[in-house]
Design a protein around this ligand. Structure first.
Ligand SMILES: [Zn+2]
Length: 379
């Protein structure tokens, strides 16, 4: 067998494999690598294709807030996949975010993409959604910068991949953005205008991330307690998917910010097949921290103290619980050595939790059977 039999496959193979199926493929943001093996095991057992991903903020050339560079992340994911002998997964660069669009930022973005390609990434999400012109009179005016930068980076990726297939995700509408009246949701005509413009530039994304009412991370009540996220606007999501189909634009929807959405609701009410990629990030961090709380109380307390001390000044009036919850991701890099040298029984508990929770996600996403289809298409 080839050395890299369980290495990442092109994201495009997964997207084209699920076309026409009522399924969502999970994309797991693995901020702490110890959850990876459990996720891969559940994927193998349920025959579910999978994306492993980290965003630019989580993983860049300096390690992002997870402490992993693209090379480290790739390495750890490949090892976990190999241990489990699972090969129906893609290595995805989530949120390659461009916020200003000036020459320096574009240059550093291209540097990051080069490192991701060198590390073996097979799928990429360009996110220039922050560059929205609220003064624009037409959809094209509103999205001009997003279209220009997404086109430039997509062409760059294509060039650097040198003929190899890859998955491409793009983003219209900043996820979780609010104005005085609440969440700003993507309109169907914006989604259509954006994809049409990209297609005219010879850029054909497989998935589109939209603003449809979700937020990244946890949702809180007025007292700072974590509550269920029930804000994803399903009719709007369906309207966007229909508008894209009516315009014969071949692109699925990527749902970001799933953590906190009840899985029974996903199972029964999410438009599977319209949404084809589902990002789950903070949830996996919770799996690690909730296990540490019991298995490693001293380490957990150290992490808690460090986080509160560092972030309390900037969050006056907020309860400690919410301050910790919102900022504990930044402790991952600080406690990297501890988190990557946990006792075996702790690792085992994390892995088992990740496995069980993945089984529930894969069922809610109806992804069973997708791994075989994807792998068969590869041959
Ligand atoms: Zn996201």
């Amino acid at each position: 067998m080839a050395k890299n039999a369980y290495g990442p496959i092109p994201g495009s193979a997964i997207f084209s494999g699920v076309t026409g199926r009522k399924a969502i493929i999970m994309a797991a943001n693995v901020r702490i690598a110890s959850v990876a093996e459990g996720i891969f095991r559940a994927a193998k057992e349920t025959d579910s294709a999978l994306f492993m991903e980290l965003a630019r903020s989580e993983c860049d050339l300096k390690g992002g807030y997870t402490g992993m560079t693209p090379h480290d992340f790739s390495d750890r994911m490949q090892k976990a996949a190999k241990n489990v002998k699972f090969g129906a997964w893609a290595l995805h660069a989530d949120h390659i975010t461009v916020k200003k669009g000036d020459a320096a930022e574009i240059a550093s973005t291209k540097e990051l993409i080069d490192a991701q390609i060198a590390a073996g990434y097979t799928s990429f999400a360009i996110d220039a959604s922050h560059l929205f012109n609220f003064e624009g009179k037409t959809v094209k005016e509103e999205l001009a910068d997003n279209i220009r930068i997404t086109t430039d980076l997509a062409r760059f990726i294509k060039d650097r991949m040198k003929g190899r297939e890859f998955g491409l995700e793009v983003e219209v509408g900043e996820i979780g953005r609010k104005d005085g009246e609440g969440m700003i949701l993507t309109k169907p005509e914006e989604a259509v205008g954006f994809i049409k413009a990209l297609n005219e530039n010879d850029v054909y994304p497989h998935v589109l991330a939209i603003a449809n009412g979700s937020t990244h991370g946890h949702t809180y009540d007025a007292n700072g307690n974590v509550v269920e996220q029930l804000s994803i606007d399903i009719p709007r999501t369906q309207a966007i998917a229909k508008a894209l189909r009516d315009n014969r634009l071949k692109v699925g929807i990527a749902q970001h910010g799933i953590t906190g959405t009840p899985r029974e609701l996903i199972n029964l009410h999410f438009p599977k097949g319209d949404i084809i990629k589902g990002n789950v990030g903070t949830f996996w961090q919770d799996v690690v921290f909730s296990t540490l709380k019991v298995f490693e109380p001293a380490l957990y307390k150290e992490i808690q103290d460090w986080t509160l001390e560092k972030y309390r000044p900037a969050n006056p009036g907020k309860k400690d619980k919410q301050i910790f919850d919102g900022n504990c991701k930044n402790a991952i890099k600080e406690f990297f050595k501890d988190l990557y040298s946990l006792p075996e029984d702790t690792e085992e508990a994390i892995s088992a939790m990740a496995y069980a929770e993945s089984l529930v996600f894969f069922r809610a996403f109806s992804s069973a059977g997708t791994a075989s289809v994807v792998v068969k298409n590869l041959r």
